[in-house]
Design a binder for this molecule. Structure first.
Ligand SMILES: Nc1nc2c(ncn2[C@@H]2O[C@H](COP(=O)(O)OP(=O)(O)OP(=O)(O)O)[C@@H](O)[C@H]2O)c(=O)[nH]1
Ligand SMILES: [Mg+2]
Ligand SMILES: [Zn+2]
Length: 304
């Protein structure tokens, strides 16, 4: 091991992970210098937004020695592995659009993950300049009724409605591919063209898809992370008993089912099913929840 690679707290520097490429990371040091970093061994539990201590191994190269305690961690998980999305965020902005069509189930999963991680979430319906957006806005009214902020937006035309929501926060933009997350970044940052260009890869058909998470500074107190488009969002890390709490409108009904260990699937005397019948809970939300529970239970069987 080289001298520079030795673990010596006096030789480490504090920084923030501003880009995550899976096994490689860009860490920004206090003076703004960007350092290309790797982790020790096979460690991959570093996320964009993490505050870390690095040991320099060259002028602009380093090794991540430790991760500071996180304020929050937003991640998803499937049967095989977990995927960290962003660390230390204080707000999640879920970006949807009428075209390409968004999937309400994915939206429910993002919201449930946000609730489970105790991070406030805001919904932005982008591309309001498209005629199809009116119908999409009606569809999303449900979430307003649940208490979430729903922000109609046309990032291409006016970013101001979103900008004011970001002040003082570290936010992460999440959502399906093509919803306009990187466009939002471009509009928020005067010199973003170059910076967004470098994190987008032109694919066949000229589509630009973000391939890794990247943190940008809006001002000294406000930061925003762009993330790659989501195709799926597993929540197998959530305890089955906690999952129902992540659906906010279920909460007041929990504890009233006939069986204490009710999973709210097809059990008799289920307070959630009864609330759906009375029209107090939207059937689509329960469907999203049930699909997640079934996946969770499968995962648990897989473990045993
Ligand atoms: N009409 C309209 N199109 C928009 C708006 N915002 C973004 N778009 C378009 O939507 C397409 C996708 O935008 P991106 O910003 O690349 O989407 P993304 O969410 O970052 O996609 P991924 O990186 O794949 O996750 C681009 O062609 C944008 O020009 C908007 O407000 N109105
Ligand atoms: Mg993008
Ligand atoms: Zn029940």
């Amino acid at each position: 091991m080289s001298r520079a690679g030795k673990k010596d707290p006096t030789s480490t520097q504090a920084g923030t992970v501003v880009a995550s490429y899976g096994r490689q990371f860009t860490v920004e040091l206090a003076d703004g210098a960007l350092t290309a970093c790797v982790t020790r061994g096979k460690r991959t539990d570093v996320a964009c937004g993490d505050r870390v201590a690095i040991a320099l191994t060259g002028p602009d190269q380093g090794v991540i020695e430790s991760i500071d305690k996180r304020v929050s961690l937003f991640y998803r998980s499937d049967i095989q592995r977990q995927k960290l999305i962003a660390a230390n965020v204080t707000q999640i902005v879920i970006v949807a659009a009428a075209s390409p069509p968004f999937h309400p189930e994915l939206l429910d999963r993002c919201l449930a993950a946000a609730e489970d991680a105790a991070i406030p979430a805001v919904l932005a319906l982008n591309k309001m300049d498209l005629p199809a957006s009116k119908q999409a806005l009606d569809k999303l009214q449900l979430y307003r009724n649940l208490g979430y902020t729903l922000l109609p937006l046309a990032a291409k035309i006016d970013i101001a409605p979103l900008r004011e929501r970001l002040a003082g926060h570290t936010s992460v933009l999440v959502g399906q591919s093509g919803m306009g997350k990187s466009t939002i970044i471009n509009r928020l940052l005067p010199d973003a063209d170059a910076r967004v260009g470098d994190l987008s890869a032109a694919l066949g058909g000229g589509r630009h898809t973000t391939t890794h998470a990247r943190l940008y500074h809006l001002d000294a107190a406000s930061h925003i992370i762009d993330s790659p488009g989501l195709q799926e969002f597993g929540l197998v890390h959530v305890e089955p008993a906690h999952l129902a709490h992540a659906f906010v409108e279920f909460r007041s009904h929990l504890g009233h089912c006939k069986f204490n260990d009710c999973r709210h699937l097809t059990e008799p005397g289920c307070a959630i099913s009864q609330a759906v019948e009375r029209g107090e809970i939207d059937a689509l939300r329960v469907e999203s929840y049930r699909k997640l529970v079934v996946q969770l239970l499968k995962k648990r069987q897989h473990w045993q």
